[in-house]
Design a protein around this ligand. Structure first.
Ligand code: DC
Length: 221
């Protein structure tokens, strides 16, 4: 394991992390939050919870009004559900995330979290562009679709599941197309984001890269 940069924050920072599915955003966000002692919000969980609640209630995911009503009633306890991880919930999330009413209903919660007294790390698709355009540090974490599909396949194989790389690759590409192609808050790097391509990097190297970006930011401010 490479040696870690020792970064001490001069004041609590707001760090925004965006990027496509399975690029390593969550791992990085968690690592940064732990190292820098910042509260962490995985905003994907909000959309996953809405998708899951709709599925359980037998609602149509394409029904913008129904999805917005679920989003408006979402509570922090809904984010603790045990069934929000995994590919299926990710697909449900990506589908409900296209509705503008859903996105609007989630803005205040995310911004309140981001602007708490202790700083924050948020990860998602529109954090640097829409939710926190004022973030101190913006990172855009990406990797080729092939590398992301390979990682996801290996993770599932390690859990003893039978998976097909080509099917996962198609899923990854379809999710990228939906998240980047939607009208409302599409996935894209903010103009002032630093892009980290994780295709050839392990989690420790990604964390080191991000810590040195944070350190450089502090030197300039
Ligand atoms: O990060 P994730 O895989 O948990 O996200 C699941 C889906 O939720 C993603 O495909 C699109 C949507 N999402 C979003 O639109 N905006 C966010 N800030 C976070 C997630």
């Amino acid at each position: 394991m490479p040696e870690m940069t020792d970064v001490v924050l001069k004041r609590p920072l707001l760090i925004a992390i965006d990027g496509p599915a399975a690029a390593g955003k969550g791992t990085l966000a968690q690592g940064l939050a732990t190292r820098l002692q910042l509260p962490y919000l995985d905003t994907g969980l909000l959309y996953r919870a809405i998708g899951k609640l709709m599925q359980i209630a037998g609602l149509d995911l394409d029904d913008a009004q129904a999805a917005t009503a679920v989003a408006e009633k979402l509570t922090p306890a809904d984010l603790q559900r045990a069934d929000l991880r995994g590919r299926e919930a990710g697909e449900l999330a990506s589908r409900v995330a296209v509705h503008s009413g859903v996105r609007a209903a989630l803005i205040a919660f995310q911004r309140d979290f981001a602007h708490g007294p202790h700083g924050a790390v948020l990860d998602g698709r529109d954090i640097g562009t829409v939710i926190c355009p004022d973030a101190d540090v913006k990172l855009y974490v990406t990797a080729s679709a092939e590398v992301r599909a390979r990682r996801r396949t290996d993770e599932l194989l390690a859990k003893g599941r039978s998976v097909d790389y080509q099917a996962i690759l198609s899923e990854v590409k379809a999710r990228d197309a939906r998240d980047s192609g939607r009208v409302e808050a599409p996935l894209r790097p903010a103009d002032d984001a630093t892009v980290i391509d994780t295709s050839a990097l392990g989690p420790a190297e990604v964390l080191m890269t991000a810590l040195s970006i944070v350190e450089n930011w502090q030197k300039r401010h």
